[in-house]
Design a protein around this ligand. Sequence first.
Ligand code: ATP
Length: 246
Amino acid sequence: MPPEAHLAVQGLNVQYGYAPPVLSDVCLQVPQGRIVALLGANGAGKTTLLRALSGLLPFHGGRITQGEVMLDGAPIGRVAPARLVRRGLAQVMEGRRIFAELTVEENLSVGAVTVRDRRKAEATQKSLLERFPALEGRLSGRAGYLSGGEQQMLAIARALMSSPSLLLLDEPSLGLAPRIVERIAGIVGELNSSGTSVLLVEQNAAMAMSVADYAYVMQTGRVLLHGEVSDLSDAPEVRDLYLGKR
Ligand code: ATP
């Protein structure tokens, strides 16, 4: 692994139960302070890869059968999710997964559950509300009453409550209006400018490639191709399948 790799995945195989592997020999890197996009059609294995990175795989009946995941040069393939959060990794799950019955503020508190210093959590919340002003006036309202775009902002803000150095985002633009998608792309760019490394899983390749430096394309559990975004956007597989150009 080169010294600058924040996250490195080496030869990863993942299986659910006794079914055939859904990830085979996946290798991927997120260099320190960069945005890497992970593209692929439905069922390619993107969410499974994120589960393997954030320690959530066992909760879905899956396991790493081969290979390793390294965070800051240390193996994390079998480390529990809460410990990974303490080590600077946070995930925004596909479909937002906010706690609809809880208030916006309670959702944010859940994101800070690993932060022992209450004052630090309060200061983080204050700065996040400046970044996500739509949430500020809704703190005591039920999260389930927020619009889809606001719920996505809340899901991102909740993940940021632990002040991660590496953020995994699973399809943050899914089902949202173009204006909100643009806003999310802007937020990803801002976060990255303040030093956060990002792994951005997207089916919206145009959005992902507008913010990422480097991209991987997965197909049926394997990395099909990868490269600098400037090179990949001209690759026929990406143009035809993901950017809708011919
Ligand atoms: P999408 O874009 O639709 O979310 P994806 O690229 O994220 O797709 P995954 O959700 O990782 O793909 O699914 C990869 C494969 O793993 C699929 O064949 C899926 O059916 C299977 N799979 C996912 N979760 C489980 C599970 N908990 N148990 C068994 N098989 C699963």
